[in-house]
Design a protein around this ligand. Structure first.
Ligand SMILES: Cc1ncc(C[n+]2csc(CCOP(=O)(O)OP(=O)(O)O)c2C)c(N)n1
Ligand SMILES: [Mg+2]
Length: 332
């Protein structure tokens, strides 16, 4: 079994491993802030701080043969599914150690062994692709499922409506997870969208739907399991709306000064890391001392990952032309 499949297995089996993965994502994203400021990351990058419970909850419920499509805000989902921090950070830094050899960058993370389709910068772009994967499962009669994770803003895109309609009429084994983090690029949802509970949109497509608390990992797992069970057993698609909040701005160019005063602080009281720690302390799985050790060990691990990625070479110019598909008749 590959090291990355082992990482995946760990979060499927153990609540402490799930917590450790959430801490890994938090530490990873916080390191990226510094790397971006120092110029080590070009272009921009989009953090999922505050959305760790959704990423790890999803990965803990799915099998590696299931398929996931996600967005540019997908660092946490990639790590949760089992990609190594070197593969993710290396890609973000444009280094050959990255999961796509450094030619994809922050918004294009992928690993097909773990079921992660290339993440997409096109809003709504992952939804029809996930439905296509679901159609292939249906035709091949496997009981695998496809999952599309996308933002609240994406529910105003045509691809969302077209894909939900088709998935419903064809009864596809696909789960649509809308990560409602309250903001689109820079606009609060109430300024762009006439309803607060976005999952209600599935009514138009006669599709089961519900909202869940995306800050609490056990709630995420319960909701996604329900939808996955329905899809695996031929019951068709579900739209889930996970209520979350992005703790950082849209991208590294955005300080999110448009947020109403006190809003971030209100959501931080329900920080998914804090809620998970409280629950693991209550169950006796962890105590304050063990938590402090997990946190400091992870900080050291991620610092080493940064050093490894910094030392990795950049891709050659010639690598731009590798992995390009050309139909035989177009070849000269
Ligand atoms: C088809 C398309 N239209 C517009 C954009 C520009 N754009 C980039 S991010 C974004 C906001 C998306 O918000 P949401 O779906 O809530 O995702 P979040 O960034 O909150 O994760 C927009 C409009 C794009 N990338 N693709
Ligand atoms: Mg959003």
């Amino acid at each position: 079994m590959s090291a990355e499949l082992k990482r995946r297995k760990a979060v499927q089996e153990d609540t402490v491993a799930q917590y450790e993965r959430m801490i890994e994502i938090r530490e990873f994203e916080e390191q990226i802030n510094g790397l971006f400021a120092s110029g080590a990351i070009r272009g921009t990058t989009h953090l999922c701080l505050g959305q760790e419970a959704l990423a790890v909850g999803l990965a803990s419920v799915l099998r590696p043969t299931d398929i996931v499509s996600a967005t540019y805000r997908g660092h946490g989902i990639a790590l949760a599914l089992g990609l190594s921090p070197e593969a993710v950070l290396g890609e973000i830094m444009g280094k050959t150690i990255g999961c796509c050899g450094g030619v994809g960058g922050s918004m294009h993370l992928s690993n097909m062994e773990l079921g992660l389709l290339p993440t997409s910068a096109i809003i709504g772009g992952g939804m029809p692709v996930a439905a296509g994967a679901a159609l292939s499962f249906q035709v091949r009669k496997t009981d695998d499922v496809a999952v599309a994770v996308f933002g609240d803003g994406a529910t105003n895109i045509g691809a969302f409506h077209e894909t939900l309609n088709l998935a419903s009429i064809w009864n596809l084994p696909v789960i649509f997870i809308c990560d409602n983090n309250v903001y689109g690029e820079y606009s609060r949802i109430n300024l762009t969208t006439p309803l607060e509970d976005l999952h209600m949109r599935a009514d138009s497509y006669k599709m089961p739907h519900f909202a869940l608390d995306g800050m609490e990992i056990a709630t995420v797992q319960k909701g996604i399991t329900e939808a996955v069970n329905r899809a695996r057993s031929g019951g068709g698609p579900t739209l889930i709306e996970a209520k979350t909040y992005r703790f950082a701005g849209h991208s590294r160019a955005d300080q999110a000064l448009y947020r109403p005063e006190g809003e971030l602080e209100k959501w931080q009281k329900r920080d998914p890391i804090k809620l998970t720690e409280e629950s693991l302390i209550a169950s006796g799985a962890l105590n304050a001392e063990k938590i402090a050790k997990i946190r400091s060990d992870m900080k050291a691990t991620i610092e080493k990952v940064v050093a490894t990625c910094q030392a990795s070479p950049e891709p050659s110019l010639a690598s731009m032309f590798q992995n390009i598909f050309t139909p035989a008749k177009a070849r000269r």
